[in-house]
Design a protein around this ligand. Sequence first.
Ligand code: FMN
Ligand code: SF4
Length: 443
Amino acid sequence: MSFERDLLAGPAAAAPALTSAAASARGLPRLLRGLSFGIAGDLDGHLEAYGPLPAPRELGARTLIKLVEHSGLCGRGGAAFPTATKMRAVRAARGRPIVVANGCESEPISAKDALLLHELPHLVLDGATLAARAVGADELIIAFEESNSTARRSLEYALAQRRDPVRVELFVAGERFLSGQETALVSQINGGPPKPTFTPPRPTDRGVRRRPTLIHNVETLAHLALIARHGAEWFRALGTEAEPGSRLVTVAGAVGAPGVYEIECATSLRTLLGAAGGTTAELGGLLIGGYFGSWLPAGAIGALDLSRASLARHGAALGCGVLVALPASSCPVAETVRIAIYLATETAGQCGPCVHGTAAIARTLHGIAEGKAPRNAFADLRRWTAELPGRGACHHPSGLARFVSTALSTFAEQFDDHARHGPCRRCDGEPVLEFPASALALA
Ligand SMILES: Cc1cc2nc3c(=O)[nH]c(=O)nc-3n(C[C@H](O)[C@H](O)[C@H](O)COP(=O)(O)O)c2cc1C
Ligand code: SF4
């Protein structure tokens, strides 16, 4: 989903979730509250919508980190790592710390970070300056993708109205699937290629300009901005003990109103689909967690809530918060093969198992889809997708392996049918899973 499409579909589509009585009775929206104020970068409107930030003397660094710890806030960039733990690590590291707000959003379907940067830049800036306060940093870098020119305009407009106690730099990252991975982002900011590096050292010890670096997704920072205002108990009033708060989710595919929604953590899948206008067609499957995520059968909808535990029982995770409802009229084999080829072309090309493994998986899947695969193709795919996870400097091979292995189990019949008879009549339909046009030449 492109940002332009999201501008049309996202905030407008999110409106039912924002205004439904059930949602507002639960205290939603929180992050997206400012959307209904129509403030788009205006500081007075932002303060009217969210209220002022507590000053440093009211909320010092140590209290702030304790507050974050009590709130249970975890990263919204994909890995759900506890935010306070990362802050403590940066604070304890040797050297002058620096903060990076990660707004790259390299997952092609996700639109939440672009929405925050464009519509609610002050919320992100509030959170980023608080993160700097927590770790004692006086420099802050806000990173976003090259194609997201609206983020730059919006941030520049917002920054011109603020007097922050930190130096703020905007950084334009590359337009690749790996650009937002934290060590790849550090490499780019340091003038290197958009490639992940082996850890240790972790960015928390040695990152940007060899300094301890706190990297957070922009949504994580936006939550921080509200936790500092309202406290840990307020944050915990939504969600569960294990997964408190709210989160942003991008819903795409066969739903009435695709777009970005703010949901209570661990809510049911039915609630989310209902907020997104309900399904508009019979579903063939669900993709949860984006292109590093898992395919599930459509029949899982009734039983599933979006908690880590419930998703883990199905071998899934919400990751950066992407849900795709695949209509039964689309070919799941064609969709899977296209994305597997895209992901294989997005390898950073520096770890042997990743380079060869992802290419072999994509090639073999393509052979199956064409009905031209050797007899042992499925056995090879099962072996490779089991061996690949963890075999590289980053999670790219693990992500692709999960995407493919869950497709093979969820759509076993359809894969088998393609292996025997070649392309089906749905193969040429309009693709549901999108990726950047710049990658089209490669895939
Ligand atoms: C291949 C790959 C791509 C990623 N892309 C992004 C991204 O675009 N934006 C983002 O915030 N995190 C991305 N991440 C996660 C980051 O590496 C990092 O965990 C995150 O920015 C930390 O922020 P958080 O603690 O607030 O979640 C990516 C991870 C991987 C493995
Ligand atoms: S695992 Fe793959 S994508 Fe990650 S750094 Fe190595 S080659 Fe690049």
